[in-house]
Design a protein around this ligand. Structure first.
Ligand code: NDP
Length: 327
């Protein structure tokens, strides 16, 4: 395993990590989740990603049970939660958002579900236009000072919003955000490569990137329809199917078709090619893998050792096939 610094912080995060969105509770229960987490941990993965909203809190319950059964020393792994969308199925006012009330209560609830004393990483899952940035930054700072959270960050905030949080923290002598969790993959590049470009050096922003396979689309398995049991076939995820398989997304389907011969020439699976490509970007601190079964995780984790095969020449071929490099 390779370990990268989370931005300019002192925290070392494995270049590949493992997340639970969609999979935990929908496709994996405690036993199978533990099997995947154990495999990942044995391969050197030290970061496991979660959020209050995943399966309305059930994903954190499963991860908490798995962590307890695994019995790993607490100082050998990093676990996260994210606040914003809420976990209560009713979502009453104050059960969502980034107000002091919800951020603190969601933190306490996540600690309980995950059965840990502190969260290593705590993300604001989306920006909240209804809460002043000072309120959220002060709250994150105080959770860190109380020892309930070690590092805080954002997810899918604009560069401007991240800078606003950073400047607010600096203005009041508070702890600024350490990391952002954005989507980044071969088909989604603009924000990561262009909008955030000045933040990596400028404020030492770390990144924990999500959906390296665009929910599986980059494996090529959706080119000729939706396989039974796959993510895009799941009840409740019709919106995701619509997003990926809509006529508007046709150009991405073509991109995937053009990548297939490049993966074949390199002797890699499409999943490995796509994940290895994200690892080549030095601004990526960790790539959060998703896997609904152990065989996928085993295949995907090989991406790290084969990433050296993506030479400048192969990267150029990929660039040609993608034809979507942000200007
Ligand atoms: P991916 O884009 O890698 O998608 C993972 C899914 O693709 C799997 O669950 C599986 O779905 C399919 N898949 C994975 N490997 C293979 C393979 N080798 N062959 C065929 N199919 C495969 O990642 P996720 O979208 O799951 O995102 C990763 C993590 O990032 C999440 O778990 C979560 O922790 C985080 N995240 C954060 C978000 C945020 O807003 N901050 C948003 C989304 C994710 P299946 O088998 O069901 O088809």
């Amino acid at each position: 395993m390779e370990y990268r610094r989370l931005g300019k912080s002192g925290l070392k995060v494995s270049a590949l990590s493992y997340g639970s969105w969609v999979t935990f509770s929908n496709q994996l229960q405690t036993g199978s989740a533990l099997e995947c987490m154990n495999y990942a941990y044995d391969q050197g993965v030290n970061f496991f990603d979660n959020a209050e909203a995943y399966a309305d809190g059930k994903s954190e319950i499963i991860m908490g049970e798995a962590l307890k059964k695994a019995g790993w020393p607490r100082d050998s792994f990093i676990v996260s939660s994210k606040v914003f969308f809420g976990s209560n199925p009713d979502r009453k006012p104050n059960q969502t958002g980034l107000s002091r009330k919800h951020v603190v209560e969601a933190c306490h609830q996540a600690l309980k579900r995950l059965q840990v004393d502190y969260l290593d990483l705590y993300f604001c899952h989306r920006p909240d236009p209804d809460t002043p940035i000072e309120e959220t930054v002060f709250t994150m700072d105080s959770l860190i000072r109380q020892g309930k959270v070690l590092y805080w960050g954002t997810s899918e905030w604009s560069a401007q919003e991240i800078m606003e949080a950073y400047s607010t923290a600096r203005q009041y002598g508070l702890i600024p955000p350490t990391m952002e969790q954005p989507q980044y993959n071969m088909l989604e590049r603009e924000r990561f490569e262009k909008e955030y470009a000045r933040l990596y050096e400028g404020i030492g922003l770390g990144t924990t990137i999500w959906s390296p396979l665009a929910s599986g689309f980059l494996t090529g398995k959706y080119l000729d329809g939706v396989p039974e049991g796959s993510r895009l076939s799941l009840k409740g995820y019709e919106w995701l199917k619509e997003r990926h398989l809509h006529e508007k997304n046709r150009a991405n389907g073509e991109r995937v078709r053009r990548l297939i011969p490049i993966a074949e020439e390199s002797g890699l699976s499409m999943a490995q090619l796509a994940i290895a490509w994200t690892l080549k970007n030095p601004n990526v601190s960790t790539v959060i893998l998703g896997a609904s079964r152990l065989t996928q995780l085993k295949e995907n984790m090989k991406a790290l050792e084969v990433s050296a095969m993506l030479t400048a020449e192969v990267m150029e071929k990929i660039e040609g096939a993608l034809a979507n490099k942000p200007e």
